[in-house]
Design a protein around this ligand. Structure first.
Ligand SMILES: NC(=O)c1ccc[n+]([C@@H]2O[C@H](COP(=O)([O-])OP(=O)(O)OC[C@H]3O[C@@H](n4cnc5c(N)ncnc54)[C@H](OP(=O)(O)O)[C@@H]3O)[C@@H](O)[C@H]2O)c1
Length: 428
């Protein structure tokens, strides 16, 4: 007799309806691959009367996700409502308590409560799976937990928010300002209801926090991420960076250093010839570096109905096949609590400054950089029409601390017309 796996799906928006569509249209394929009949028994959303463009007949309806999570005819609670707290968390906890496995796409909930939820799940012998929570359709969780299990992971890098990458690449290709492209992206529905989650780097940082935990065997630490969004990236910087052979990306980087776990999500320059530099539009890319395997580059759709539902199905199929792994790749009670480390590893930096157009200004800046131990690799001065002279500097490798010391010293002089822009150049 064929086994069956009974799903209760809470959330019938973009991802939830995508999951229902795949399960309805690919029942035979899923059954052949898993030896299990994957069946939806009950669903839940806020508005029962909404036309969702998908056939829901044959499924019981619940108004309350907690009631759905506790139903006797549900083996796996599929949480696709979203939100770090509120109904998603309450219903996930109720499902675990009722002895159900959980599949979710909710990066916010995992970034904020991942450790507690993992401990709760594992103490009861349950699973929480979340392939769709990071980089949409790209199977990066599987790659890290399974494909690279024999490696010490040395670094995780990624462009993990398609909306930000769309904005930055569109600014460059169309020569538009940040404000103009933001309005355009908003109009096209590319941004979250709270756009700060996208452009403030928060959504991408949630994903980085989850990947760091799996990569380095550490407890999820969202608050330890150095975070800066793309709101201050100007079209001037994009143009100047391009002139010098770079692209600006909202880049997530995580690595273990002698001082702890370094995690940052901020605009960085990458060589325009690199795979990350050539990533255009809303696509995501995650680069994983392992001591044995070297560098792996994963690229694909980071959001959208099909790609995200595809990732949810990967988790559901694993449960159907009885693949049972700890939440973050190793038991939650063995994950180390690390202290966050500010970027200590040296890197070259891009500096843009507007100098007052007076004799000795440039020499003063060079001296202050030198005093802080920052040496200049390349410098460009641009033509100007007013009282200020735009200057670009690419430094040799230096620490952020040394650079901040130089910038603080410049602040006390009369040669700067505005606050300098300093962006890290990441070697990728
Ligand atoms: N969209 C993507 O491309 C994408 C990619 C990766 C990960 N994710 C993650 O996937 C999750 C779902 O995203 P989505 O884009 O599908 O969201 P969405 O389109 O806004 O859908 C959310 C669904 O949850 C339901 N819901 C919200 N609060 C509820 C409550 N209190 N009780 C019952 N149902 C409730 C809504 O019901 P109504 O329809 O009745 O309002 C809606 O059906 C989020 O965690 C998101 O971060 C999304």
């Amino acid at each position: 007799m064929t086994r069956e796996l009974r799903l209760g799906i809470a959330g019938l928006g973009t991802v939830g309806t995508g999951v229902v569509k795949i399960i309805r249209s690919k029942a035979a394929l899923l059954s052949a691959r898993t030896g299990t009949e994957i069946r939806i028994t009950a669903v839940c959303a806020r508005d029962k009367s909404k036309d969702r463009g998908v056939n829901l007949t044959g499924y019981a309806w619940e108004d309350d996700p907690v009631t759905l999570a506790r139903r006797d005819d549900v083996d796996v609670f599929v949480e696709l409502m979203g939100g770090a707290d509120g109904p998603a968390k309450v219903a996930t906890e109720a499902a675990l308590k009722a002895g159900k496995d959980v599949v979710t796409a909710n990066k916010a909930m995992l970034a904020m409560h991942g450790q507690n939820l993992a401990e709760q799940a594992e103490s009861g012998g349950r699973l929480i799976r979340f392939e769709a929570a990071v980089a949409g359709g790209i199977p990066v969780i599987k790659a890290l937990t399974e494909g690279l299990a024999g490696n010490e992971i040395t670094r995780v890098i990624g462009v993990m928010n398609g909306s930000c990458n769309y904005i930055l690449t569109r600014m460059e290709s169309a020569g538009l300002t940040y404000e103009e492209v933001f309005a355009e992206a908003d109009g096209l529905g590319y941004l979250e209801a709270d756009p700060q989650l996208d452009v403030g780097g928060i959504d991408a940082a949630h994903k980085l926090a989850i990947l760091s935990s799996i990569a380095f065997g550490t407890q999820v630490d969202f608050s330890g991420i150095e975070l800066e969004g793309i709101e201050r990236v100007s079209i001037e910087d994009i143009r100047h960076a391009a002139d010098m052979g770079f692209k600006i990306k909202l880049l997530g980087v995580a690595q273990i250093t002698g001082r702890g776990l370094e995690q940052r999500m901020m605009p960085c320059l990458v060589p325009d010839t690199s795979a990350l530099g050539q990533l255009d539009g809303g696509t995501n890319m995650v680069v994983l570096e392992g001591d044995e395997v070297g560098q792996i580059v994963l690229r694909g759709a980071g959001a959208g109905m099909g790609p995200t539902a595809s990732a949810v199905l990967s988790d559901i199929c694993d449960i159907a096949r009885d693949v049972r792994l700890p939440t973050f790749g190793q038991p939650a009670n063995t994950l180390k609590k690390t202290s966050p480390a500010r970027s200590v590893l040296p890197a070259p930096y891009y500096l843009r400054m507007a100098l007052m157009d007076k004799p000795g200004a440039l020499a003063k800046i060079a001296t202050l950089l030198g005093n802080a131990g920052v040496s200049i690799d390349r410098m460009r001065q641009y033509g100007h029409s007013d009282q200020t002279a735009p200057v670009l500097i690419v430094t040799h490798k230096t620490t952020r601390t040394a650079l901040d010391e130089a910038l603080a010293a410049m602040d006390g002089t009369d040669v700067l017309a505005s606050v300098p822009v300093a962006l890290r150049i990441e070697s990728v």
